[in-house]
Design a binder for this molecule. Structure first.
Ligand code: ADP
Ligand code: MG
Length: 614
């Protein structure tokens, strides 16, 4: 079938215009989905990113907090270690004192009548004065001259042992294994009465404490030597308080995380234990300033451009600071990376999941809602325009019917009388030709009036059953078809029977055929295709003519619309066609193409006719 125009994509009248109108209200373009989706995407991405950043930040700060706690714990552990060491030493010195007492009182102490005068030295102030010392004999030895007891005892218990004799100013070492820096025994030095040791002993109490003996700290124990209920001297044992080398070894092995280590500074700022700075003076550094006079704390400071965190605790019994420091960045590098990596993955997954979810359940729905809205608007618009068109045609039909009705009677009278006059005229009467012309033209007028009445549906349908193909072929016979134009009927029908008013329907087919012929002055093919189902038959008249311009489409079916020369066209053809089809409860539509660039030009009229009009 040669179907010019766009059969199948039958444009509705006004279509272009209406779409424009629709697109002004709501823009239904392709990016609609995107426009719905983008703001949601933006919100989700922003929210998740913020949550992720917050999460990363808080995990880092939690980690740093933990780092500080770890440092503080480390310092506490070391303090405990020191404390345990101290307690051990104390216990040690206590038991040593017991041993010393046992040994000392095992042998009798004799105080001779003779005395010696010696120069004694205050161990704290270095003041010297002369003092009278009694001669003490112990285990047969003159204590002042013999060190057998103290040396023997020291061999047994270790540490230092001294026997003191009380003089007016204090307690003088008369027998000792404590040696001065020059290697000599520290005899004749004395602890003054107003020292803590002196005060306790005078009261008859045992004294435990720590003391610098020569230049080392010792855990010390002093026990009064009492004779006849009177303090006459004291017995001393001492143990080196802290074994620095031992502690040093333990602390050096301690590592905290990747970059942390413990260290020990005494209260003057001397570094006692440190993996690399042992023995250095730390007294005028920033961190030491912060530690000074504090019992414990945690703070941050810069060293070699690195942020360090330091926790410390002052260990009172040994008068030193135990500290531990760490490079923050070195420690949290891994956790920061891990947190960022983990959080990013989770965030990305969350974003993808949420977007997919939203896309699936929200955007898609909104989109289909809008699409449906658009479709129904379009439908409404086309229905409205169809209604307008048919209302227009209907009101025109009423006017036309009125005029036709009024003209019908006078035309009948003119026909009758002109025929009478014609009959009465002689055969050779010169007026006869004029009269014949009047009769012809009146006939024509009657036809026009009849057409108008048809258009206005004023006529009734007198339906008879026909074979539609036969009927079409017969109808075409009354159309003058030039040689250049071919006609072709294509049939696809199971049942050819249709009920039509034959007198009227013949006018529909002849008019459509005439118009098609008129539209193909250079020749072409008029194809008439007939299809059908149980209810209807569908007849299409397709020509290969010049086509109908868009702007004429609207006026096509209105009475008196013509583009043909006066005398050639009346403009009533299609209005008649329209009226008759309507009377048969059928439908007619036209589609056309005038633009050779868009495809072959031509026009198609589609008619739908019910097999049996009611
Ligand atoms: P008329 O044929 O007397 O002009 P019609 O109502 O039959 O009146 O047709 C109206 C107008 O419609 C025609 O003048 C013509 O411009 C256009 N027309 C109708 N049919 C066709 C067609 N097949 N091809 C091109 N134009 C057509
Ligand atoms: Mg015509």
């Amino acid at each position: 079938m040669t179907a010019p125009g766009k059969a199948g994509t039958f444009p509705r009248p006004h279509e272009g215009k209406l779409e424009q109108k629709g697109s002004m209200k709501i823009r239904f373009r392709l990016p609609l989905k995107l426009r719905l989706f983008l703001p949601l995407t933006l919100i989700i991405v922003t929210v998740i990113t913020l949550v992720t950043l917050w999460f990363v930040r808080s995990s880092i700060s939690t980690f740093n907090q933990q780092l500080e706690t770890t440092l503080q714990l480390e310092v506490k552990t070391i303090s405990k270690m020191f404390e345990r060491e101290r307690v051990l030493k104390l216990e040690n010195v206590e038991s040593n004192l017991r041993v010393a007492n046992n040994q000392f009182y095992d042998s009798p102490l004799q105080i001779l009548e003779e005395s010696v005068t010696a120069e004694v030295e205050n161990q704290d102030t270095g003041e010297k004065h002369m003092a009278t010392l009694n001669q003490w004999v112990h285990d047969g030895h003159l204590l002042h001259e013999s060190h057998a007891f103290v040396d023997g005892l020291a061999d047994l218990i270790g540490g230092t042992v001294t026997i003191f004799q009380q003089v007016d100013s204090g307690f003088v070492r008369i027998s000792t294994n404590v040696r001065l820096t020059d290697g000599k025994r520290a005899t004749n030095t004395y602890i003054p009465n107003d020292s803590p040791v002196g005060e306790s002993i005078i009261k008859g109490e045992t004294y435990f404490g720590r003391a610098v003996v020569v230049d080392e700290w010792y855990m010390t124990a002093y026990d009064p030597i009492i004779m006849d209920e009177e303090v006459i001297g004291m017995l001393y044992v001492g143990d080196r308080e802290k074994d620095m080398e031992e502690l040093n070894r333990i602390l050096q092995e301690l590592r905290i995380g990747e970059s942390g280590y413990p260290f020990v500074v005494d209260k003057t700022g001397q570094i006692l234990i440190h993996p690399s700075m042992e023995g250095e003076d730390w007294s005028d550094t920033d961190p030491f300033d912060q530690m000074l006079n504090q019992t414990e704390g945690t703070f941050h400071y810069q060293k070699n451009g690195q942020q360090r965190t330091l926790a410390f605790s002052y260990f009172e019994p040994f008068e030193l600071y135990i500290a531990a420091s760490i490079i923050k960045d070195a420690e949290n590098r891994d956790i920061v990376r891990g947190a960022i990596r983990g959080a990013s993955v989770v965030a990305l997954l969350a974003i993808i999941f949420l977007l997919a979810f939203i896309y699936r359940f929200t955007t898609d729905r909104i989109y289909s809602y809008f699409t449906a809205l658009k479709e129904s608007e379009e439908k409404l618009a086309s229905a409205q325009s169809a209604l307008k068109q048919s209302q227009k045609l209907a009101s025109m039909g009423q006017i036309a019917a009125g005029i036709a009705h009024e003209l019908n009677n006078p035309l009948g009278v003119i026909t009758m009388y002109s025929n009478i006059v014609l009959d009465e005229l002689e055969k050779d009467d010169p007026k006869r030709e004029d009269m014949q012309l009047i009769v012809q033209q009146v006939d024509r007028c009657k036809n026009i009036v009849g057409g108008l009445l048809n258009f206005a549906r004023k006529n009734k349908v007198k339906a008879d059953e026909v074979d539609i193909i036969d009927f079409l072929e017969k109808s075409l016979k009354s159309v003058v078809v030039p040689e250049k134009v071919a006609t072709n009927i294509e049939e696809d029908l199971a049942d050819r029977r249709v009920m039509v008013d034959t007198e009227q329907m013949v006018q529909v087919f002849t008019n459509l055929a005439k118009n098609a012929v008129d539209a193909m002055p250079d020749g072409g093919t008029l194809t008439i295709s007939v299809k059908g189902d149980e209810e209807n038959v569908y007849i299409e008249f397709s020509d290969e003519g010049t086509g109908i311009p868009e702007e004429h489409m609207e006026k096509l079916f209105t009475p008196f619309f013509t583009t043909k020369k006066a005398g050639k066209g009346t403009g009533l053809g299609l209005s008649l066609v329209y009226g008759i089809v309507k009377m048969h409860q059928g439908k007619i539509q036209a589609a056309s193409n005038t633009d050779p660039e868009k495809g072959p030009t031509g026009t198609t009229f589609k008619i739908k006719l019910p097999r049996e009009p009611k």
